[in-house]
Design a protein around this ligand. Structure first.
Ligand SMILES: [Mg+2]
Length: 384
């Protein structure tokens, strides 16, 4: 079974309200975009993956740096294609969607969902609603009540106010409102910001330690990205010094970086993402190393519906993944905004869990009409 055709489609969807994510201080998003990667085998099976928001760079990465070297290759030989993706990631941007599409084909060809091909540890996981915006405690409480009524029982709050005292007071108010009826996680987003006007003030070690101890006292389940991405020494120092689990790694890239994060004990919870970090099967190696070091692996999923769906199969295949991240923050980041390219948005079940589709492959159904409507640019390979 050979790779016969590749189609990349850049999509842009208008958000229902302006989005101000904590990871882009001072910036307002009015739309979201992604690049769909569809690969068809010579026996006519089409697999799908999606790149995060990289605009035309994503399209050119596949067209110029990946497609010429993988067309005509055996779909089964994913390990032989991974080095090509790594080279493209060096010169271009996030080519990992190719690996999602190949595993989607392999699952369909074998009649099995991908998570089962990889050992099928679980079919259902508790989700946490992963919020985006820094809002007042009152506004946050209103939003959480609405999500709670939909079935969400766990929430990841954003910390990035002008002072850590304001961040701590904010979480205290949320805990006071909900008591122990919900689980809370917090994400400080100190490892990275997207291009944005700022302010770009980052925590130092003392800030991170102070917040970690306060969050532990508030019963928060983990503190995410408390320090800059490559400050391995102080991340390890913080993880050793605190009782609250420290999480991170969503935008590290490549197996070597994860080896270092794990072996140097930078984090208790590794959060690589099949859209941003490495190929989806390659991340199983990272998860296995985390497992051998008694760490959890809970994938980051904040990109788009296809990326969420791919990470869902990864999560369900792993013995050391106890939660699933569900990006949602209405009114701007709705299920429709995240999953506009899908026939049916992913949803939380009434008991606060998510169930992986049992269809062969990744089980992703694209909405062709909406894709036509929101297409900005297309690149297609010739037939091979
Ligand atoms: Mg994060």
């Amino acid at each position: 079974m050979k790779i016969a055709r590749i189609v990349c489609t850049l999509l842009t969807y208008p958000l229902p309200a302006p989005l101000h994510p904590s990871w882009a201080p001072g910036r307002t998003f009015t739309s979201t975009s992604c690049t769909l990667v569809e690969i068809t085998s010579d026996d006519g099976i089409t697999g799908v993956g999606a790149m995060p928001q990289t605009g035309h760079v994503g399209l050119y990465t596949i067209a110029d740096m990946v497609a010429p070297y993988i067309l005509g290759r055996d779909v089964h030989a994913v390990e032989r294609i991974s080095p090509i993706l790594r080279s493209a990631a060096r010169d271009g941007s996030y080519p990992w969607a190719v690996e999602m599409a190949l595993w989607d084909i392999l699952g369909q060809a074998s009649g099995m969902p991908v998570y089962q091909l990889w050992g099928g540890f679980q079919r259902t996981l508790p989700v946490y609603a992963s919020l985006a915006e820094i809002v007042s405690a009152g506004e946050q409480i209103d939003r959480l009540h609405l999500l709670n009524e939909r079935g969400f029982r766990a929430f990841k709050l954003r910390l990035r106010r002008p002072t850590i005292a304001e961040d701590i007071a904010f979480v205290e108010k949320i805990r006071a409102e909900f008591g122990d009826s919900v689980d809370l996680m917090v994400d400080a987003n100190q490892a990275h910001v997207m291009p944005s006007p700022g302010p770009h003030n980052f925590w130092n070690y003392t800030d991170a330690l102070t917040v970690a101890q306060a969050m532990h006292d508030l019963g928060v389940l983990w503190l995410e990205e408390p320090l800059p991405r490559y400050n391995y020494e102080q991340l390890a120092q913080l993880t050793a010094a605190t009782d609250i689990p420290i999480a991170g790694g969503e935008l590290n890239i490549g197996l070597n970086e994860y080896r270092d994060l794990i072996l140097r004990n930078c984090y208790d919870i590794i959060q690589a993402d099949a859209a941003f970090s490495e190929g989806i099967f390659q991340l199983r190696k990272v998860a296995a190393m985390a497992e051998m070091c008694y760490k959890r692996f809970i994938p980051h999923t904040w990109s788009n519906g296809v990326g969420l769906g791919a990470n869902l199969h990864l999560a369900m295949s792993l013995p050391n993944c106890p939660w699933f991240e569900f990006p949602i923050d209405p009114p701007a980041w709705t299920d429709e905004a995240r999953d506009f390219m899908l026939t049916t948005p992913y949803d939380v079940d009434a008991d606060g869990t998510i169930t992986v589709p049992n269809a062969p492959g990744l089980g992703i159904e694209l909405d062709r009409e909406r894709i036509r409507q929101y297409t900005v640019a297309v690149w297609e390979s010739g037939e091979r």
